[in-house]
Design a protein around this ligand. Structure first.
Ligand code: TYD
Ligand code: ZN
Length: 429
């Protein structure tokens, strides 16, 4: 069933306000990628929403065609930051990079937007800094507060920014990791950042890098929470419109290839590091302003949507058992768009207690814990959490030693021959 009550069709670009869009790819109607269901629920009124990608011909923002009401998406939120080693290491690095490049000192105030359960801010606390989280999800902010990370249960806007400044003072760094792409009213968030930022503070966001999504065919990272997919040149223009200057980019491997981007006040002393111009030149040479790169992406997506279920059907037809590894949000785009259901995937195995015992949105594949997978190993794991390929394949040496194999869905569906090839095939650094 489709529903329009809580969606809005995008008309104006949320970066540059232009209205001239190029269609990139339509993925049909899908359920919310984080809409895990209770097995006791009735599934017949499960909401599906249109999922499509368009490109602004003016600033090359990649945007979803439709925006789902944030109250539906983010007030009760299933996503908790993964307790993986990869992510812990990354969070420590974010603190070190920020401290070294932007002269953060002990007692500097760090405000994180979309701070989730507080893991990133705990890493800042360890470095002696003062921290404050802002996250609209009540269930998640509660966990953060209990862990000693003071967290306001709010959507960040100008009003919240003013209140924080009055109570805690200006922020040396405002951080938004994998949250900026979730924001429809970007201008409001940037105005809020303008209110709260210290004169020599930085606004740092981490977003999946659109160039990597196109290059590695990561179309499963398209889902309703992710309204925007950014190039650096788009962000340069965005920040400039709001009195900020993009001064630093660090390419990081998390979530399939992301960028940690920092902007300072245009009238501050911070100047852009050379990498900013280098990446803008790379984007130019990839011809992101032409249409062809988007047509090619759509063609590759269509190829995967055809080939992956074929591969799984062939395996199941020859008596093999397949389970999903992980129950990440992106897996639900993949499964729903490819039409891969419980007839092909017996269960998905995920370490997140909240997800275990539930069923996947749309496909209703049951989610189990790792113990269940140990007791009922499949012949193949479809690696839905491919962004953790290296870590997972290391963990699953027994599964591999016993003849089990992984299937990676992107950049092209492939059976991973052995442990050492997995990261290379999944394209994960
Ligand atoms: P995540 O990377 O957060 O992706 P998304 O943004 O698409 O939701 O999700 C990773 C999921 O994989 C998360 O539910 C935890 C799970 N997971 C495991 O089950 N085992 C593991 O070893 C790792 C690293 C992750
Ligand atoms: Zn635009």
């Amino acid at each position: 069933m489709s529903t329009n009550a809580t969606t809005r069709r995008v008309t104006h670009c949320r970066v540059c306000e232009a209205t001239d869009w190029q269609e990139v790819v339509s993925l049909g109607d899908t359920p919310l990628a984080g809409g895990f269901l209770d097995p006791a629920d009735r599934y017949d009124d499960e909401p599906f929403f249109p999922l499509g990608l368009i490109s602004c011909r003016s600033c090359r923002l990649l945007s979803l065609t439709h925006v789902v009401d944030p109250e539906v998406l983010f007030r009760v939120y299933a996503y908790t930051t993964s307790e993986s080693q990869t992510m812990r290491t990354h969070m420590t690095r974010v603190v070190e990079l920020s401290r070294d490049r932007f002269a953060l000192a002990p007692q500097s105030l760090i405000v994180e937007i979309g701070s989730n359960v507080g893991d990133q801010l705990i890493a800042y606390q360890r470095a002696g800094m003062r921290v404050l989280g802002v996250d609209p999800a009540r269930n998640i902010a509660e966990i953060a507060n209990a862990a000693g990370v003071e967290t306001l249960t709010e959507f960040f806007d100008v009003g919240v920014a003013r209140r924080i400044r009055a109570q805690y003072g200006p922020a040396k760094q405002i951080l938004g990791r994998h949250v900026f792409a979730h924001v429809d009213d970007i201008a409001e968030v940037l105005a809020g950042a303008g209110e709260l930022l210290d004169p020599d503070g930085v606004f740092t966001i981490e977003v999946p890098y659109a160039l990597e999504m196109l290059r590695r065919n990561e179309f499963d990272t398209i889902y309703h929470e992710h309204l925007s997919y950014f190039f650096i040149s788009t962000l340069v223009a965005l920040f400039a419109r709001h009195g900020l200057r993009l001064v630093d980019v660090e390419r990081v491997a998390v979530h399939g290839g992301s960028v940690l981007v920092s902007a300072a006040r245009a009238d501050s002393a911070w100047t852009p590091r050379p990498i900013v111009a280098e990446l803008c030149a790379l984007e130019e040479s990839t011809d992101i302003n032409g249409d062809e790169v988007y047509r090619k992406f759509a063609g590759t997506v269509a190829g995967t949507v055809r080939e992956l279920p074929e591969l799984l059907r062939t395996l199941v037809g020859s008596g093999k058992r397949i389970a999903g590894y992980g129950a990440p949000a992106k897996g639900n785009t993949l499964l729903n768009v490819c039409g891969i259901g419980a007839d092909l995937i017996e269960y998905c195995c995920d370490t997140t207690p909240f997800k275990q015992g539930k069923v996947q949105p749309g496909t209703h594949i049951p989610i189990r814990g790792p113990e269940y997978a140990k007791a009922n190993p499949p012949d193949y794991f479809l690696l839905l959490a491919w962004n953790y390929a290296d870590e997972i394949i290391q963990q699953e040496s027994d599964f591999l030693a016993n003849g089990g194999r992984f299937i990676v869905p992107v950049p092209r569906p492939a059976i991973v021959p052995g442990a050492s090839d997995a990261g290379r095939i999944a394209g994960v650094a």
